[in-house]
Design a protein around this ligand. Structure first.
Ligand code: ZN
Length: 288
C-alpha cells in the first residue's frame, strides 16, 4: 500500500465527536469530491468522485450521523433540504462560518485531503498536494494551512488548481494537524533517518574526495623525488631539500607536520611544504 493510501486509511477512521467538526469535514468532502444527482422520479443520489474506498465509507458515515441521510433519499425530504442548505454551492469554497474554530479547521483539512489529497512516500521525496476544483478552494486551503503556520503554495497543472507543501517538516506537521498521528510518526522517523543518512553520505563523500586528493598529491611527489634521484639531480641539491626528499621517500605516509618534525632542525608544515614544492618544481623543469 502506498504511503498516501495509508494516510487516507488512517484519516478515514478519525471520526470527530462534535457536530461542528463533522459538518466541517463533510463540507470539505462534498466541496472537493462530492456529487449530487437528481433522478426524474424525485429521488436524489449523493456520490463522491473517487476510487478510494476510505473516502466513500467516511463520506456516507458522516452523511448518516450528521444529516441522518441514508441510502434512499428524495429531493423533498427535509434531511436533504437541510443538507443542501448547509453545503451551499459545492463548486465554491466552504462557508467560512463552518471554519471558525481550530478543531473544525483540522476537520476541514482532513476531509479535503481524503477527497483530493495525496502525499509522496517519505523515502522518495517530500510532496503533499490537494487538487482543488477552482482557485477559491485553493485559496481557502492555503489560508487554513497558514492558520497552522504551514506554508502551502498554489500552482496550476493541466488546468487544475493545485495546493502543495514541499518541506518535509511541514508535511509532517500537516499530517499531525489532520489527525493522522500514526502516519505522522512513521513519516517523521523515515524523514529523520533519511536526513541523517544524507548528511552522513555527504560527509563520507567529502572525506573520500579529500583523501583521494592527498593520495594523488603524495604519489606525484614521490614520483618527482625518484626522478630527481635516478637522474643524479638530488645529490646536487642543497642539504635542506635533500633531507626533505629522503624523509618523504622513507616515510611516504607521514603528514606534512610529521615530516617537518623529522627535519634537523625541525620545520613547520608550511616549511616542509615549501621544500617539497621546490623539489617538484625542479623535477618539473627537467621533465619538460
Ligand atoms: Zn469543531
Amino acid at each position: 500500500m502506498s504511503f498516501s493510501s495509508e494516510v487516507k486509511e488512517e484519516l478515514a477512521k478519525v471520526l470527530p465527536q462534535a457536530r461542528h467538526c463533522r459538518l466541517a469535514e463533510i463540507s470539505a468532502i462534498m466541496h472537493f469530491a462530492g456529487q449530487i444527482g437528481a433522478n426524474g422520479d424525485g429521488s436524489v443520489a449523493i456520490g463522491f468522485s473517487t476510487s478510494g474506498s476510505s473516502l466513500i465509507k467516511k463520506g456516507f458515515t458522516l452523511l448518516e450521523i450528521t444529516f441522518n441521510i441514508g441510502k434512499s433519499l428524495k429531493s423533498s425530504d427535509p434531511e436533504f433540504e437541510a443538507f443542501t442548505r448547509a453545503m451551499g454551492d459545492c463548486y465554491d469554497k466552504v462557508s467560512d462560518l463552518v471554519l471558525k474554530s481550530s478543531c473544525c479547521k483540522r476537520a476541514f483539512l482532513r476531509g479535503a485531503f481524503l477527497a483530493s489529497g495525496s502525499v509522496s512516500d517519505p523515502g522518495k521525496g517530500y510532496h503533499l498536494e490537494f487538487v482543488c476544483r477552482n482557485d477559491a478552494q485553493a485559496d481557502q486551503i492555503v489560508k487554513v494551512c497558514s492558520d497552522f503556520e504551514i506554508p502551502a503554495r498554489m500552482t496550476v497543472r493541466r488546468g487544475e488548481n493545485i495546493v502543495y507543501v514541499k518541506e518535509g517538516e511541514m508535511i509532517g506537521e500537516l499530517l499531525s494537524v489532520m489527525g493522522a498521528q500514526n502516519s505522522y510518526m512513521d513519516f517523521e522517523n523515515r524523514r529523520i533517518y533519511k536526513d541523517v543518512s544524507n548528511t552522513v553520505n555527504r560527509r563520507v563523500n567529502c572525506e573520500t574526495s579529500n583523501i583521494r586528493k592527498t593520495v594523488t598529491a603524495a604519489s606525484r611527489q614521490l614520483d618527482d623525488i625518484r626522478y630527481l634521484e635516478e637522474h643524479g639531480i638530488l645529490q646536487t641539491l642543497p642539504d635542506t631539500l635533500r633531507e626533505a626528499a629522503y624523509g618523504r621517500l622513507e616515510h611516504p605516509d607521514a603528514t606534512l607536520s610529521e615530516l617537518g618534525a623529522m627535519m634537523d632542525p625541525p620545520v613547520g608544515k608550511s616549511g616542509i611544504n615549501h621544500r617539497l614544492a621546490k623539489l617538484s618544481e625542479i623535477a618539473g623543469k627537467r621533465y619538460n
